[in-house]
Design a protein. Structure first.
Length: 395
C-alpha cells in the first residue's frame, strides 16, 4: 500500500487538511495585520517626537540670539541648534523617501500609511516649509569662532531672557553682526513656521492612526469571516461525513446481516483460526451442532479436538495445521495429503456411552496484504456418507 493510499479515509483526510490550510491562511493574515499595528505604533511615537523638533529648533535659535545679545558664550546653544536641525532634516528626508522611520533600536522600516498620496502631500508641504527654514538656518549653522569684537573681554553673567533686551550689549565683530542679523531673520521666520511644521506632523499622525483604524476594522472583518467560514466548513464536513457514515453503516449492517444469514443457514461448520490457532468469533451456526457445544470463545484448535479424537490423531492434526502456516507451502499439494478429510470422533451421550461420527476438515489459507493472516476451516459431518460407503462395501 502506498503512502498516499488512504482508502476510505481519503475524504476525511483531505477535508481536515483543507480546513487546517484555511485556518493557517486566516492566522497568517492576522499575523501580518498585527505586525502592521506595531509599525503604526512606532510611527505614531516617531511622529510625536518629530512634532516637537521644529519647536526645539526655534527655541535653540532664540536662546542663541539671547546669549549673543548678552555677550555670553554661544557654543552650547549653537551646537544644540545644529543637532536639532540635523535630526529634523534626517527625519523629513526619511519620511519623504518612502515613509521610512527608524525606531529606538536603530531598525529601519516602512510605514505604508506614510506612502499614500495624502501623506506625501502633507510631506511636500512640510518640505517646502522646512527648505525655507533651512535657508534661514544655513548662515547660522555655518558660523564658527567668536562673534565678539573683543574676544578676551569678560562675559556678562547669565540672566533671564525677559531682561535680556534691557542689558547693555557687548560690541560685536562684523561677523557677529551678520550672525545677529541672521538670527533675527531666522527667529522671525521660525516663530510661525515651527507651528506649521508641527501641524504637518500632526496631520501625518492622524493619517497613520486613521490607516491603523481602517486595518483594525479589516482585521475584525477577516476574523469574523474566518470564524463564520470555519463554523460553516466544520458543519459541512460534519454533515458530509455524518451522511457518508450513515451510508457506510447501512452498507456495513446489511453486509453483517447477510453474513449472519449465511452463517446461520449454511450446513457446513465454518470458522477461522489465527496464528495462535484460536477459533475466531465469527462462525457458522452449524458448528454448534457438529461439535455439540454452544461456546467456542477462547478455544484453540487442539482444545476443540482433544476430547473427541485419540491422542495420535490430535498430534497428526496439529502437525498438519502447523504445516499450513509455512511461508513456502504449496497449498494445493498439501491439500492432497490432508489427514483430516475423514476423522472418526466420539461424543459422550446421555446414556453414559458415546456416539461415533465422522468429520471432514478442509483448510484454506487466507491472505491479507500479501501475508497469511488466517486459516478458514470448513467442517462437515460425513457420518452418513461413510456409513453408506461401508454398507456398500459389505454388500
Amino acid at each position: 500500500m502506498g503512502i498516499l493510499d488512504l482508502g476510505r479515509y481519503k475524504g476525511i483526510v483531505f477535508a481536515i487538511t483543507g480546513f487546517l490550510v484555511f485556518i493557517a491562511i486566516i492566522l497568517a493574515v492576522n499575523h501580518g495585520k498585527a505586525g502592521q499595528f506595531s509599525d503604526d505604533v512606532a510611527a505614531v511615537k516617531f511622529l510625536a517626537e518629530q512634532r516637537e523638533q521644529p519647536g526645539a529648533v526655534n527655541a535653540a535659535g532664540i536662546e542663541l540670539a539671547a546669549r549673543l545679545k548678552n555677550g555670553q558664550k554661544i557654543d552650547e546653544p549653537l551646537e544644540a541648534l545644529r543637532k536639532a536641525a540635523k535630526s529634523y532634516d534626517n527625519a523629513m528626508s526619511s519620511l519623504t523617501n518612502g515613509g521610512m522611520i527608524t525606531d529606538s533600536a536603530g531598525n529601519v522600516f516602512v510605514v505604508p500609511a506614510l506612502t499614500t498620496d495624502e501623506a506625501q502631500g502633507s510631506l511636500t508641504k512640510g518640505n517646502k516649509l522646512w527648505n525655507a527654514y533651512k535657508a534661514k538656518l544655513d548662515p547660522v549653522l555655518r558660523f564658527s569662532g567668536s562673534p565678539y569684537a573683543a574676544p578676551d573681554a569678560p562675559a556678562t553673567p547669565a540672566i533671564k531672557h525677559e531682561a535680556a533686551v534691557e542689558q547693555s550689549t557687548v560690541p560685536l565683530s562684523p561677523r557677529g553682526r551678520r550672525l545677529q542679523a541672521a538670527l533675527q531673520d531666522l527667529n522671525t521666520y521660525g516663530a510661525t513656521s515651527n507651528t506649521q511644521l508641527r501641524d504637518v506632523m500632526v496631520e501625518l499622525t492622524s493619517q497613520v492612526e486613521a490607516a491603523s483604524r481602517s486595518r483594525s476594522g479589516t482585521l475584525r472583518t477577516v476574523q469574523v469571516f474566518g470564524i463564520v467560514a470555519a463554523v460553516l466548513l466544520l458543519g459541512a464536513i460534519f454533515f458530509y461525513f455524518a451522511r457518508n457514515m450513515r451510508k457506510e453503516e447501512a452498507v456495513s449492517n446489511r453486509q453483517r446481516k447477510e453474513t449472519a444469514d449465511i452463517l446461520r443457514t449454511v450446513n457446513e461448520g465454518l470458522f477461522l483460526l489465527d496464528k495462535d490457532l484460536k477459533v475466531g468469533s465469527e462462525r457458522s451456526l452449524a458448528l454448534n451442532q457438529i461439535f455439540r457445544r454452544e461456546e467456542f470463545t477462547g478455544f484453540t484448535f487442539d482444545q476443540l479436538l482433544k476430547e473427541i479424537v485419540p491422542e495420535k490423531t490430535l498430534r497428526t492434526a496439529m502437525d498438519y495445521v502447523a504445516l499450513l502456516w509455512g511461508d513456502r507451502v504449496n497449498e494445493k499439494l498439501v491439500k492432497t495429503i490432508n489427514p483430516l478429510n475423514e476423522v472418526e470422533v466420539h461424543f459422550d451421550n446421555a446414556s453414559g456411552g458415546f456416539d461415533t461420527h465422522f468429520l471432514e476438515f478442509d483448510f484454506n489459507r487466507v491472505k491479507a496484504e500479501g501475508s497469511l493472516s488466517h486459516l478458514l476451516v470448513t467442517v462437515n459431518d460425513v457420518t452418513k456418507r461413510v456409513m453408506l460407503s461401508r454398507e456398500l462395501q459389505e454388500s
